[in-house]
Design a binder for this molecule. Structure first.
Ligand code: GLU
Ligand code: ZN
Length: 491
């Protein structure tokens, strides 16, 4: 039997870590079994729906490199894959249930239902919910209500006795007394809109879904869904409810812990490879040892058996670590392409300066955790004016010693750059110079760094010079020299 699984989000908010983990587990399970991954948009809640959320869903999966085999945009044999385009199907199947005697029309007014609710609360009734008032209406009674123009809802007949059990791959058998299942819930509203349960079950059946992998918060819906499958006489898919994703403190991951929307992670400069790799390890492991997995590897080796029963912990620091590792694995050119948009957005660089950025990359590759870190590291591109003399003068040196050193440094660096020397050669030249002048290396490197960047801490000075460009670097060094000259005159 071909494995068919689906990710069925409701586009009512941005894609977050928990949702993406569900999507990834479904996707990898499908791929590793040679099956199909289906995307279904559960947009029956039109009030909470937003176009932005739907677009965010597509963008997130694209960014992660997750392609759906069937679903919106790409289509497929079980379409449409957007629930709001399937209303006639739900109406037809709800009617079928009525014909089969498994569901019935209910004409109760909102007032009656509200009064019923109040009464149940007052009487502390053990059963909360619909009382089955319309369960046994005769054809005549119905005709009369219809004649009054009342539009009915369709309710499922939930058995009052017995219990319902469903099996979950991770949790084992889950049993619920039928009397504890929501009594006769609405399947189809009077305006013809399906409720979530009806649409979800019909679609999973009609789309041939074999395994339902979804968040554990859906377990309470399980028995009701099983009753629906039984009412239709359909085969029940295999359930695998995924353990919760928690923050470090043992509470369900939420905004309190930090960003949870993938869009935020993306903006900050997490790489899709890193997020995909790390999120796949939240509640799943291969052999407990191997940590680095490419998408292609996970497509081969993912298995349900290795999903952890315990909740998974999402550790932001671990994600940072993965991200830094994946950044180091990029070629300089790939990384420059990834960093450029951050610098452009910050107004520090424009696209035409790719070569300069490329020369800067080796100096920062090992120092950044997030792509956005490049902005602070390259902030010196914006000229903040001549540095203070005190900033230029290294410890244990004075203004005239620093001036002398910086003049020599300037000549050496300029000659080196004009001769096309690389960073190591330039560095060596400066160390030779320090020795010749009889000063510490810091005596040549620090004034250069401050002259060029205006900062006491920065990426390696030569990397900065490459990014700044020769002419601007020369201008800044000359400016620093005159700062020192003035300082000496004033003393
Ligand atoms: N639309 C539901 C959600 O957003 C899907 C639940 C399920 O996977 O069955 O969580
Ligand atoms: Zn009723």
């Amino acid at each position: 039997m071909e494995v068919r699984v689906r990710y069925a989000p409701s586009p009512t908010g941005l894609q977050h870590i928990g949702g993406v983990r569900t999507a990834l587990f479904n996707y990898f399970f499908a791929k590793s079994n040679g099956g199909k991954f289906i995307l279904r948009v559960e947009d029956t809640d039109r009030e909470r729906y937003s176009d932005e959320s739907l677009q965010d869903l597509y963008d997130t999966l694209d960014w992660l490199g997750i392609k759906w085999d069937e679903g919106p945009v790409v289509g497929g044999p079980c379409g449409p894959y957007i629930q709001s385009e399937r209303f006639s199907i739900y109406q037809e199947y709800a009617k079928k249930l009525v014909e089969m005697g498994k569901a019935y029309y209910c004409y109760c007014s909102a007032e009656r239902l509200e009064a019923l609710r109040q009464k149940q609360i007052e009487e502390k009734s053990p059963v909360q919910g619909y009382d089955g008032h319309c369960r046994n209406l005769t054809a005549e009674q119905r005709a009369e209500l219809e004649a009054q123009g009342i539009k009915p809802v369709i309710r499922l007949k939930v058995p009052r006795e017995g219990s319902t059990t469903f099996h979950d791959v991770l949790m084992g058998d889950i049993t619920r007394d039928n009397k504890d299942i929501s009594p006769d819930p609405v399947l189809l509203k009077s305006d013809g809109f399906p409720t979530y349960h009806l649409a979800n079950v019909i679609d999973d059946h009609m789309m041939g879904i074999t395994h339902i992998m979804r968040a554990q918060e859906w377990i309470p819906s399980g028995p009701l869904h099983v009753l629906l499958y039984q009412a239709f006489g359909w085969e029940i898919p295999t359930y695998c409810h995924l353990p919760m994703v928690m923050g470090n403190d043992g509470h369900k991951l939420s905004k309190r812990h930090g960003s949870t929307s993938v869009r935020d992670f993306r903006k900050k400069g997490y790489l899709p490879e890193a997020l995909l790799n790390y999120v796949s390890l939240v509640g799943w492991s291969y052999d407990g040892e191997k940590e680095f997995f490419s998408r292609e590897e996970l497509e081969k080796c993912f298995s349900l058996e290795k999903i952890n029963k315990a909740p998974g912990v999402f550790d932001y620091q671990k994600l940072d670590w993965f991200n830094a590792q994946y950044i180091r694995r990029k070629s300089d050119s790939e990384l420059a392409d990834l960093l450029m948009p951050y610098l452009v957005e910050a107004g520090l660089l424009d696209e035409s300066a790719k070569d300069r950025l490329l020369a800067f990359v080796p100096g920062i590759k090992d120092r950044i955790t997030l792509l956005s870190d490049v902005v602070s590291m390259a902030s010196f591109l914006k000229d903040s004016g001549a540095p203070e003399a005190s900033l230029l003068i290294p410890k244990k040196m004075d203004a005239s010693g620093t001036l002398d050193a910086l003049k020599h440094v300037y000549d050496t660096v300029k000659a080196g750059l004009e001769a096309g020397k690389n960073d190591e050669e330039l560095q060596q030249d400066l160390m030779d110079l320090a020795q010749k002048l009889g000063i510490k290396n810091a005596g040549v490197f620090n004034p250069l760094r401050t002259a060029v960047t205006g900062m006491a801490v920065s990426p390696p000075p030569f990397s900065c010079i490459r990014l700044l460009g020769k002419e601007e670097s020369y201008r800044r060094i000359e400016r620093a020299i005159s700062v020192l000259e003035k300082e000496i005159e004033n003393v």
